[in-house]
Ligand binder design. Structure first.
Ligand code: MRU
Length: 370
């Protein structure tokens, strides 16, 4: 994707490891968007871990990519098995729900463990870069398959195709393209008129702050809506298609995604609006049969009680929106049962959210988990 006209990824190598230095990785500080575009250099695994848990980077695929580089940053002086295991545990503990984190760390371990210690650091940088390239390519392919869906709707009637999305499953949540947004960008680039309803996505407002910023940057027509608006729009016939991302999808096709996704799926079902989920294969957890087994992250209540924004004088500030004495609960994700999902848009095509169909598309992954 382009930022101010320049092709940009969400994570990049600023300086590869050398004999005397452990290397440096650049990220966008997403906590500063949309009001400021700032980058941060990561030079230690601890900095990578903080970037993930404090959500400077977020979104399942980007969390995985950052963890992979975090591991590479941590083995400059010591690449022993014990060091690898300690880094794995530290990085894995940063966020519990998105399975891409574990997937990426497992990929790194599978590459590094069989190697002599002296070769591990160089190999880690290579594998982390591959994980990033693979993510960009997976998402590009998801976009191509999702584009067919949008094209079909566009062919049926005049006017823009109205797509509702939740949270940010965009370029910023991945290394490039995004998952849910990839079909949207590809449709827009192909000259198909699309319009996006962007759920603000309380409490952290990833839709308001991030998805809106991305779409505006790319010139895609969109409107920001409150989280409670989608059902009304569907009743009015103003939503042709819902596409969301996912942080973990289980073997039976249950979809875990940002809190509030389930309610959109229920509204979509009630209004015969197709509800699709963009699903990169590293986000499938074949070890779990159903979404009930997924750990749901609970974050600080401050994220609910306070909101960040720009005041009329242009200062970015935060304000409390509830009484001091009111406690808040902050569940970060929910599970949409497979029966509410019209289909999964993967890099290999669109499949029903069903065990057999998913396993048939990714037989090696399914077999490895069996
Ligand atoms: O808590 P976040 O911002 O990391 O949650 C992100 C989401 O829920 C996205 O919709 C999901 O990760 C899909 S990312 C392609």
């Amino acid at each position: 994707m382009k930022v101010n006209g320049t092709p940009t990824r969400t994570i990049w190598v600023e300086e590869a490891a050398s004999a005397d230095r452990p290397g440096r990785v650049g990220i966008i500080d997403q906590t500063r968007l949309p009001h400021a575009f700032e980058t941060v250099s990561l030079t230690t695994p601890e900095a990578a871990a903080h970037a993930i848990s404090d959500m400077l980077v977020r979104g399942a695929p980007l969390i995985g990519a950052t963890a992979a580089y975090g591991l590479a940053l941590g083995i400059h002086e010591n690449a022993s098995d014990a060091r690898l295991a300690a880094l794995y545990d530290r990085l894995h503990a940063t966020r519990p729900t998105a399975i891409n984190l574990r997937w990426a760390l497992d990929q790194m371990m599978a590459t590094l463990r069989p190697l002599p210690e002296a070769e591990r650091e160089a190999a880690a940088w290579v594998r982390a870069a591959e994980i990033c390239d693979e993510d960009a390519e997976i998402n590009r392919m998801i976009g191509m398959h999702g584009l067919d869906l949008i094209r079909e709707i566009a062919a049926r009637r005049p006017g823009p195709v109205n797509i509702l999305t939740h949270c940010n499953a965009g370029w910023l949540a991945t290394v490039d393209w995004g998952t849910a947004t990839s079909p949207i960008y590809q449709a827009h680039d192909a000259g198909i008129a699309v319009h996006v309803w962007v759920d603000e996505t309380r409490p952290r407002n990833q839709g308001a702050a991030l998805t809106s910023w991305e779409l505006a940057n790319h010139g895609v027509p969109h409107h920001l809506i409150t989280d409670n608006t989608g059902g009304h729009l569907m009743q009015q016939g103003l939503v042709d298609l819902v596409i969301t991302g996912t942080d973990r999808t289980t073997a039976n096709g249950d979809v875990c995604n940002k809190i509030g996704t389930y309610l959109k799926a229920l509204a979509a079902q009630d209004n015969n609006v197709p509800f699709y989920v963009a699903l990169p294969s590293p986000t499938i957890d074949f070890r779990l049969e159903s979404g009930a087994e997924i750990p749901i992250e609970e974050r600080s209540s401050d994220e609910v009680s306070w909101v960040h924004g720009k005041d009329p004088e242009g200062r970015v500030t935060k304000v409390r929106i509830s009484p001091e004495a009111t406690p808040a609960a902050n569940y970060a994700f929910d599970v949409t049962p497979a029966r509410l999902v019209s289909g999964l848009i993967t890099e290999k095509g669109i499949v029903p959210a069903e065990h057999g169909a998913i396993a048939a598309l990714f037989p090696e992954r399914a077999a490895a988990a069996a």
